[in-house]
Design a protein around this ligand. Structure first.
Ligand code: GUN
Length: 285
């Protein structure tokens, strides 16, 4: 069998079109959704990411401001800046790009963001809301993965989903989102003994380890849905995921590519969260 491709670029485009429409509607009521992106230091990858976030926002009609600070900014100064953004009614979403310089406590910084503006979904209040099934911002990557599964009309009820990777921003929230759809969920670590015995039982596999070829064809049940969150470089320096795409696509029912899979969806969901923050703010005035 050859898996059907879940095209992240195409799905992200349709989401951006929807966001653009809702943004226009909000602007017609005098509210411009605004995202403040805070970048501290010169991390090369972060500079590329934030540029994409600004461009995506602007192309969709949202306003995005990039606020850059030197790497030696004090933590106190950053916290004070976040306070300023929290108190600015024209700012609906705040994103502090990670990683932060080593002298800062990233957790403390994220916790300073007002939960109503936490469009990354990294705040403990956002994580807690997801945990108990209350409205709140979902982290963009697992949110995008859920949209991809939804896009193929897949009913997760009673299905076994195996998530490989247990990070706070992908693996754990992903597991909770799958649980909310009544899936049976296993969370594995790359060091889980006999990972293959776990993945072979899975109807849905989400690979989010950050290691090339963590999932190979012999580990996949025929027809499974395979979502590849990995972003790695192979020996030739080419972008690749965690999944052996060429092998796994012979076995899986659906598969996401890298590039063009989860990456564009993560970016699209940030726009959705920012717009939602602005819509929420417009309701509370
Ligand atoms: N660094 C890499 N990815 C992300 C992300 O999604 N959000 C933030 N804030 N920083 C990141």
């Amino acid at each position: 069998m050859t898996a059907a491709l879940i095209d992240g670029n195409a799905l992200a485009q349709s989401i951006r079109t929807d966001v653009a429409g809702r943004t226009q509607a909000l602007k017609a009521r005098g509210i411009t959704p605004r995202l403040a992106i805070v970048l501290v230091g010169e991390d090369p990858a972060s500079q590329v990411y934030v540029k994409h976030k600004v461009n995506d926002s602007q192309q969709t009609g949202l306003e995005a401001t990039l606020e850059r600070f030197p790497a030696d900014l004090t933590e106190a100064a950053l916290l004070a800046h976040i306070d300023k953004l929290n108190n600015d009614a024209a700012v609906h979403g705040i994103l502090v790009q990670l990683p932060l310089p080593k002298h800062m406590d990233a957790h403390k910084v994220i916790e300073r963001i007002a939960p109503a503006k936490d469009v990354d979904g990294f705040h403990v209040a956002s994580a807690g809301a997801l945990m108990v099934g209350q409205p709140g911002f979902w982290p963009c990557t697992p949110f995008g993965c859920m949209k991809m599964i939804e896009s193929i009309g897949y009913n997760l009820r009673g299905k076994h989903a195996v998530v490989i990777g247990r990070s706070n921003i992908v693996g754990k929230p992903m597991a909770l989102m799958l649980l909310q759809q009544n899936a049976t969920v296993s969370i594995c670590h790359s060091a889980t003994p006999d990972l293959k015995a776990m993945t072979l039982q899975a109807d849905v596999i989400v690979a989010a380890v950050g290691k090339q070829n963590i999932l190979t064809a012999d580990m996949v049940k025929p027809g499974a849905v395979v979502i590849d969150v990995g972003m790695n470089r192979n020996d030739q320096g080419k972008l690749c995921g965690d999944v052996d795409f060429d092998g796994v696509k012979q076995v899986a029912g659906w598969i996401t590519p890298v590039p063009g899979g989860v990456g564009p969806m993560t970016r699209a969901m940030l726009l959705v969260n920012t717009l939602t923050a602005a819509e929420n703010a417009s309701k509370s005035v």
